[in-house]
Ligand binder design. Structure first.
Ligand code: NAP
Length: 243
């Protein structure tokens, strides 16, 4: 029996760094992504090239039928294994001031972040509870704690995941499954590449954006057995931007 880690949105950015970190801790890693197969394959190649185990699993986290098909196939191919660590990392932003925000922008961001969390976590939870061990790690954001103007959709989605994290943590703690949220500030990825970095980093007490590897090492700790008494927490990682 192997205990896998599944990282959603692992073809780029934070998810990529998290997949590499978890593989370095000995987890066989499932790399989920939406459309960029080449980038996802490059992450797998890097992990395999350094002696780790990785495989790709494409699906859209906001599509429950696609999840059922992908996870069902994976389980058929891995009858003795289970997903012990789930990192709900896939996310998008579609910023607009609320007065200009379109229904589509509202629904799309909630579909990927909030509904994606719900569909995939529900699908994988039963096996964690049966095996009496699991880690669910939800990538939220400073935006979901403080709220950021121009991100009413994104702030709402991330705040909702924080509420869900706290509720689910209490449901599953007796089965030794922990549920925590990580709330990054500004991290250097594609998602932040078009922001006015020089202006924004002046607001950060640490004077810089964070690196994906810094978030990944926090996720690595939460995924490990050393974190077994931490659950229902929201852990900020933001260079002192907001505490
Ligand atoms: P990113 O560089 O834009 O990468 C996004 C990843 O999510 C890609 O792997 C993408 O896959 C995948 N993805 C997008 N929609 C998906 C869907 N419907 N189903 C499956 N995968 C999907 O983003 P990032 O900066 O690494 O952000 C990762 C997470 O951290 C997000 O939840 C984000 O909200 C959160 N976060 C980021 C920051 C930051 O400063 N960067 C701060 C706070 C929170 P493809 O490559 O196939 O498109």
């Amino acid at each position: 029996m192997k205990r896998y880690a599944l990282v959603t949105g692992a073809s780029r950015g934070l998810g990529r760094a998290i997949a590499i970190q978890l593989a370095s801790q000995g987890f066989p890693v499932i790399i989920n992504y939406q459309s960029r197969t080449d980038a996802a394959q490059a992450v797998a190649d890097q992990i395999i090239g350094t002696g780790g185990e990785a495989e790709l699993l494409q699906f859209d986290v906001s599509d429950p039928e696609a999840i059922e098909t992908a996870i069902g196939n994976w389980e058929n191919n891995h009858p003795d294994d289970y997903v012990d660590v789930l990192v709900n990392n896939a996310g998008i932003r579609q910023d607009a001031l609320m007065i200009f925000m379109q229904n589509e922008q509202w629904h799309k961001v909630l579909d990927v972040t909030l509904n994606g969390f719900f569909y995939l976590t529900r699908r994988l939870l039963k096996n964690m509870m049966t095996r009496r061990h699991g880690r669910i790690i939800n990538m939220t954001s400073l935006s979901g704690i403080k709220g950021l103007p121009g991100q009413v959709n994104y702030s709402a989605a991330k705040a909702a995941v924080i509420g869900a994290t706290k509720a689910l943590a209490q449901e599953v703690a007796p089965r030794r499954v922990t549920v925590n949220a990580i709330a990054p500030g500004f991290i250097e990825t594609d998602m932040t590449s078009e922001l006015p970095v020089n202006d924004l980093k002046k607001m950060v007490p640490a004077g810089r954006f964070g690196k994906p590897e810094e978030v990944a090492s926090l996720v690595g700790f939460i995924a490990s057995d050393n974190s077994s008494y931490i659950t229902g927490e929201v852990i900020s990682i933001n260079g002192g931007l907001y505490t």
